[in-house]
Structures are given as structure tokens and as C-alpha cells.
Design a protein around this ligand. Structure first.
Ligand code: FAD
Length: 471
């Protein structure tokens, strides 16, 4: 029997899927194609691949799928640490007890995406990147690359925010007050805490600085309030915001006033000082300013008891970015600095290394850190890489400005299902991709921000995004 190169790729993808899903040993990956293993540094059973992508999330899966769509012969491998996919988008609807939504709505198996799209996947944790030899070190062995894409998402900076907390206390914070901004078990833990709660208050913190999906904590407050109403649980949802900023602020405030009066309480400029996780007591410092001109304000330290605590710490780029040693922005988040040139004013190539690209929340473009932005970026990044592999050039600027490049919905009510939205246009803004957002008012019930139409659009967007990634 003749096995074509295409069949070989298909077979490799399915083998990888079997390993990813069952978590079985790496022997299944022995069948991964080892193309062009000319690099003597690549002396592993995983060989060398044309394109290696770190991270099987919104950005990474899109790059992989689009590359295979552009040319099915491209040899594309994703390295992903989790053996199944869990969506952060729509997870607040699960916490809100929205009809028909459960943890299984958020969970998907990689086998489907691999089989449909023909790329390969290695279930392993990336531990280091050797740019000189073009290899990625993983918990399962070394993988070589021609082109590397970093799509690893975010990490939490507990250490930076709470310098006096030791490793044990940080582990306790993760266990007892899960942040649930990263795909995986912390969504299951927060679900358990919310679904088993007695009467009492839920406290959600909002970090300062750049963080994943700025509307997410506020949508979460609305949804947990919805769950409490539905289940007859008495208590408040208190948002301790380290700044005074609320993404989609006017729209959320209107919803909290109309739908959750006396239940959702937003508190500005509250810095978490310490937490006693056993006694369930938060110590925080609240600064009150007389007006917008005042810079110092008056700070008072207070305590607050809670029933459920969702401690969302400061965010930063996933450590994979630091492992690569590419240049990053000087802020606490450390986004990847992107390349710019006369020919390609904006790009998903890194400024430091022409063989390394980045997509998703780690990119140093001025675009919102969202799943929708990651999907858009992933498609553009794949076009850049495909052209580079074919010895041609593609400029992302040619597709800009792009209206509705990011459309982000937030569910705010369960009965009836209503949502609000923000719409971003992307454009060239100096050396980076910039964005301009607008929050349209709904068109029902007296021109409120929220509408049932947007509630339906939230479900449709999630279905569409999952179809984009998995079909
Ligand atoms: C509650 C919530 C609600 C949200 N709602 C929306 C929404 O409605 N709409 C929207 O557009 N966006 C939303 N987002 C934002 C969206 O989830 C992120 O912006 C998006 O996931 C970013 O994609 P990414 O590819 O950069 O990262 P991710 O999707 O997080 O993917 C990164 C992947 O890399 C893997 N990885 C990390 N480190 C390693 C390693 N060392 N080795 C191997 N693998 C590794 C991770 O396991 C993960 O699978 C929401 C986020 C949250 C938290």
C-alpha cells in the first residue's frame, strides 16, 4: 500500500489525538513526522517541524488550522500542556446558571480539531526555548522548529502583588480563591465554590494593569448575582476594584442598577493588603479621592468577610515568553515586542527573532486581550508564516483597517437572557496594531445597553468560536 505524505500527516495527527485524549505515553508520538531533521541539535524522537506552536488555545489553534488550510502540506505541530480544551469565554454563563450551560459546554476534546484540520499535537509542558539551536525543550523531550509561534496566554503574578506571601500561601490562594482566568481546573474549582455556597457574600477582585478580558470580572459579578437570585441565596456580590476603571462601564452600571439593585456592589480603588483564607477575611486599603484632580486621596484600611472569594491577581505574560528571551514591553505584563519595517509596518513576527511569531494575549499590539482578537490575529499570523515559508511577503497592514475585528459580549441577565457588547475596529497605529472600541446601546426596552438580541448573539458567538477552533 502506498502511503502519501498527506496520509502520513493525517495519521500523525490522529495518533497525537489519541495520546492527548487518553493521556497515554509519548510512544504514540513516535509516529509524528520528523521532517527535515537536518539540525544536529534536534536529536529527539519528536524531530523537527516546519512550524511549532506553543499553546493550544484560541490563538495557537487558529494559527495551526489556518496554516493547514493555506497548504495542507505544511508540517504543523502544537505543543499543549492540557489534554483537553476548556474555554474561558462563556464560563461566566456557567457560573450564572444560564439555561443548558454546564462545565461540559466549556470542555472540548482536541482529537476533533486534530482530525478535522490535520495538524499534530504533543501533550507536554514547554520548559525552555533554545533560539540558537531552534529547539523547544518540553517535559516529554526536545522538538525542533523552523518557525516558532508563541501562543501561551497569561500567568498570574501573585509574587509581585503579594511579596510577603510564601509558596504555601500562594498555593492556598489558588486553591481556596481560584482566579479562573486561565483554562483548566480553576474553573471547576470556582464552579464548585459558587454552586455549593450558602447565604453570604461573594467577593471578586479586579487587578490593576493589563489583564485578560477586562469585562470578565464584571460579567462574572452579574452572572453570580443571577445564580444567587435563581437559587434564593441571600447575600451580595462585591467587586473590589484596584482602580476605578470598569470595561463597558456605563452598560454594566445600568444593568447592576436595573437588574441587581442592592446585590452587586462595585468599590473603587481597593487594594488587597492580605487575606486570611482560613477565617475567610480580606484586609484591603480603600483610597477615596475628593475629585478627579486629586492624586493622593485618603486611604483607610478595612476588613471584609466573605463566603466565596474569587481573587484575580495581577496578570503577566506566560513564562514561555521569558524563556524565549525575546524583547518585551517595560510594563509589569511584559508583552512581546513586535517587528515593524517599511515593508511590513505591523506584524505578528517578534521584533527580536525573525523565526519567532506571537499571537493571543501576549502580543505587543494595542488590541484587546480577547479570544476573538486571538482568532483574528491567528488568521493573519498564519498568512504571514505561509508567505514566509513560500518565500513571499505578506503585510498584515493590507487587511487594515478592519471593522468588528473584536466583538465581545457579556451576559448580564439570565431571565430573560440579556447581554451587552463592545465592538473594536483594528487599524495601523504607528509600529503596532491599534484599536478603537464602541459600546452600542441595545435596541429594545427603551434603548438600554442590554438586549435579548445581544443575549442570543452571545450564545451564537460562542457556538461560532468553538466551530472556528474545532471544525
Ligand atoms: C472569564 C473569561 C471570559 C472571557 N470571555 C471572553 C469573550 O466573551 N470573548 C472573547 O473574545 N474573549 C473572552 N475571554 C478572553 C479569552 O479567553 C482570551 O483572551 C484567549 O483565551 C486568549 O487566547 P490565547 O491563545 O492567547 O491564550 P489561551 O486561550 O489561554 O491559550 C494558551 C494555551 O497555552 C497553553 N500553555 C501555557 N503554557 C504552556 C506551556 N508551558 N507548555 C504547553 N502549553 C502551555 C495553555 O494550557 C493554553 O491552552 C474571556 C476570558 C475569561 C477569563
Amino acid at each position: 500500500m502506498n502511503i502519501s505524505r498527506r496520509d502520513l500527516f493525517k495519521f500523525a495527527g490522529i495518533s497525537a489525538a489519541a495520546a492527548a485524549v487518553t493521556g497515554c505515553s509519548t510512544t504514540a508520538f513516535d509516529q509524528l513526522p520528523k521532517t527535515g531533521s537536518k539540525n544536529s541539535a534536534v536529536n529527539s524522537k519528536f524531530g523537527k517541524h516546519q512550524v511549532v506552536i506553543i499553546g493550544g488555545g484560541f490563538g495557537g489553534m487558529t494559527v495551526a488550522k489556518e496554516l493547514k488550510k493555506l497548504d495542507s502540506k505544511f508540517d504543523v505541530l502544537i505543543i499543549e500542556k492540557n489534554d483537553s480544551f476548556m474555554s474561558c469565554p462563556f464560563s461566566n454563563c456557567n457560573l450564572g446558571g444560564i439555561e443548558g450551560v454546564s462545565l461540559s459546554t466549556l470542555t472540548h476534546d482536541y482529537a476533533q480539531a486534530i482530525e478535522k484540520n490535520g495538524y499534530s499535537m504533543l501533550t507536554a509542558v514547554v520548559t525552555d526555548i533554545d533560539r540558537e539551536n531552534k529547539v523547544v525543550h518540553t517535559s516529554q523531550g526536545v522538538v525542533g522548529y523552523d518557525i516558532l509561534v508563541m501562543a501561551p496566554g497569561i500567568d498570574y503574578n501573585y509574587k509581585g502583588q503579594f511579596p510577603t506571601w510564601d509558596a504555601g500561601k500562594i498555593a492556598k490562594a489558588k486553591r481556596m480563591a481560584p482566579a479562573a482566568l486561565i483554562p483548566g481546573g480553576e474553573h471547576v474549582a470556582l464552579d464548585r465554590l459558587v454552586k455549593n455556597m450558602e447565604d453570604g457574600d461573594v467577593v471578586i477582585t479586579v487587578p490593576k494593569g493589563k489583564y485578560r478580558c477586562p469585562p470578565a470580572p464584571f460579567e462574572r459579578a452579574s452572572m453570580i448575582a443571577n445564580f444567587m437570585k435563581k437559587e434564593g441565596i441571600k447575600g451580595k456580590v462585591i467587586i473590589l476594584n484596584e482602580t476605578a476603571e470598569i470595561a463597558k462601564g456605563a452598560a454594566f452600571k445600568e444593568c447592576w442598577k436595573d437588574i441587581n439593585a442592592g446585590v452587586v456592589e462595585h468599590m473603587d480603588n481597593c487594594k488587597i493588603v492580605d487575606v486570611d483564607f482560613d477565617k475567610k477575611v480580606i484586609t484591603y486599603a480603600q483610597t477615596v479621592f475628593k475629585d478627579k484632580e486629586e492624586t493622593e486621596g485618603v486611604t483607610t484600611t478595612k476588613t471584609m468577610s466573605y463566603g466565596v472569594f474569587n481573587l484575580i491577581p495581577h496578570n503577566m505574560s506566560n513564562p514561555v515568553v521569558e524563556m524565549s528571551g525575546v524583547a518585551t514591553t517595560p510594563d509589569g505584563f511584559k508583552k512581546v515586542k513586535m517587528a515593524t519595517s517599511a515593508e511590513k509596518p505591523v506584524s505578528f513576527q517578534t521584533a527580536t527573532d525573525a523565526s519567532i511569531y506571537a499571537v493571543g494575549d501576549v502580543v505587543g499590539h494595542a488590541i484587546p486581550p480577547s479570544g476573538q482578537s486571538a482568532i483574528w490575529s491567528g488568521k493573519e499570523c498564519a498568512k504571514e508564516i505561509a508567505h514566509a515559508l513560500q518565500g513571499k511577503s505578506y503585510s498584515v497592514a493590507s487587511s487594515l483597517p478592519y471593522k468588528s475585528a473584536n466583538v465581545c459580549y457579556s451576559m448580564v441577565n439570565g431571565n430573560p437572557e440579556e447581554a451587552i457588547m463592545v465592538n473594536h475596529e483594528f487599524m495601523v497605529a504607528g509600529p503596532v496594531i491599534g484599536s478603537k472600541g464602541s459600546v452600542p446601546k441595545g435596541d429594545e426596552a427603551g434603548n438600554k445597553f442590554r438586549s435579548k438580541g445581544l443575549g442570543k448573539a452571545t450564545r451564537d458567538w460562542y457556538r461560532g468560536a468553538m466551530s472556528d477552533l474545532f471544525n
